[in-house]
Design a protein around this ligand. Structure first.
Ligand code: AMP
Length: 402
């Protein structure tokens, strides 16, 4: 493979398309951007290349194909990167069901299987396919690779992925826990093993991806053995606007006693709960920290519940792991919130975690490092880089040609 190889990474949502052009070996990004409000009357494209930021209003109704078309016609040229250096397009695909335990070169069969998995992720897989089709049209000669959010968790044992529901629901409908954020958990696991100086296959970790969506994964000998998200991203930790774990009986109560429709319940649990719902202020951790410092009780309570649930989940993952080489914080909150990291580690002192305040406060945006005292249980901050892992997978599949 030429040294100058590049991979275009696409992350396609229902009304957005994120893209990044990077070197799969070094992770260096040459171009990244996002098309937002796609399909609306005022779609917007913004992008950055080293040292430069741009944005452009697109014609009303412009969708994914228009963004990719602009990428091909203008942006790739502007960065003076000959298209010849492009070796593949890597696509983030949310749900690969039980069919994909690793990334796959896209052919018609893979496209059909992603479409079949769409009933498990009706909000995510269809837009992923939009991006795939648009990219195939734009780059018909390039290999396209699908990298699945769920794939890393396909190593979960049965007792971790099955719900205690009638078994037929799993057998007939594939209802089970799948987990998400797999590329992020995988990326930080590999980095953590490097930092610890251990082979990944001998490393046990708890990876906390804390962004607007949040999930925790127990990694044993380099493989995911439990994770907090389930059939959908709603299960597990408290998130920006999602509630995480609730009593399933709540759904009947909301429906029967309060007359809520299923649609209303879905909206309540996914978009109106979590940090936003509790604080009645914001889903943004930064804003909540500011408000809590000024005495806003809802903000304080939201952060308290968020950190308590997280600490409780971390402690629970000592069961599958027994030995933990490191606890890793990543995602917008995990990488940046010294407050959350402190509040969580304070509740885990019985597991040997002792925060080094100076290290915790001085870990800067984008930097990785240890935040617990030397000689105590290791807690690390590792910035995630899902684009890089997608680019790497794409490059290695193209290299191997399978
Ligand atoms: P993500 O979904 O990974 O982009 O993460 C978004 C979350 O990270 C939001 O809740 C932000 O408030 C939070 N975040 C970003 N920067 C900071 C910061 N400096 N301090 C606290 N939270 C932050």
């Amino acid at each position: 493979m030429p040294d100058s190889s590049r991979v275009l990474v696409l992350n396609s949502g229902s009304s957005s398309l994120k893209f990044a052009l990077l070197d799969p070996h070094s992770g260096e990004q040459y171009l990244s951007g996002i098309g937002e409000a796609l399909g609306s009357s005022e779609p917007l494209l913004s992008w950055r290349s080293p040292g430069q930021k741009h944005s452009r209003q697109l014609d009303g109704g412009a969708a994914h194909a228009v963004v990719i078309e602009l990428l091909v016609r203008e942006l790739l040229e502007e960065t003076s990167l000959a298209q010849g250096a492009l070796i593949a397009v890597g696509h983030r695909v949310v749900h690969g069901g039980e069919r994909f335990a690793r990334s796959a070169l896209i052919d018609q069969q893979v496209i059909d299987t992603i479409a079949e998995c769409a009933d498990l992720a009706p909000l995510h897989n269809p837009p992923g396919l939009l991006g795939i089709h648009a990219a195939i049209n734009a780059f018909p000669e390039l290999p396209q690779v699908a990298v699945f959010d769920t794939a890393f968790h396909q190593t979960l044992p049965r007792h971790a992925y099955l719900y205690a529901l009638p078994y037929s629901l799993y057998r007939d409908q594939r209802i089970r826990r799948y987990g998400m954020h797999g590329s992020s958990h995988r990326f930080v696991s590999e980095r953590a093993a490097d930092l610890l100086g251990k082979p990944l296959q001998e490393t046990n970790l708890i990876s906390a991806h804390l962004g607007n969506g949040a999930s925790l994964t127990a990694v044993k000998n380099g493989e995911s053995v439990d994770t907090s998200m389930g059939l959908t991203p709603l299960e597990g930790l408290v998130m920006g606007t999602r509630c995480g774990d609730v009593d399933a009986g709540l759904l009947m109560h909301l429906g029967d006693a309060l007359g809520f429709s299923l649609e209303k319940i879905g909206c309540l649990l996914n978009r109106e709960s979590g940090l936003l719902g509790i604080s009645e202020l914001s889903n943004d951790c930064r804003e909540l920290e500011r408000a809590a410092a000024e005495g806003h009780d809802g903000a304080r309570l939201a952060l308290e519940i968020f950190c308590y649930r997280l600490a409780k989940y971390i402690a629970a993952y000592t069961v599958p792991l027994q030995r933990i080489d490191a606890l890793v914080f990543t995602g917008g909150i995990g990488e940046n919130s010294a407050f959350v990291r402190q509040a969580v580690l304070c509740q885990l002192q019985h597991l040997g975690y002792q925060l080094d305040n100076h290290r915790n406060q001085s870990t800067r945006f984008g930097a990785e490092g240890r935040i617990s005292k030397d000689g105590t249980a290791a807690a690390l901050v590792i910035p995630t880089n899902e684009e890089w892992i997608i680019a790497r997978d794409a490059a290695s599949l193209v290299e191997r040609g399978d």
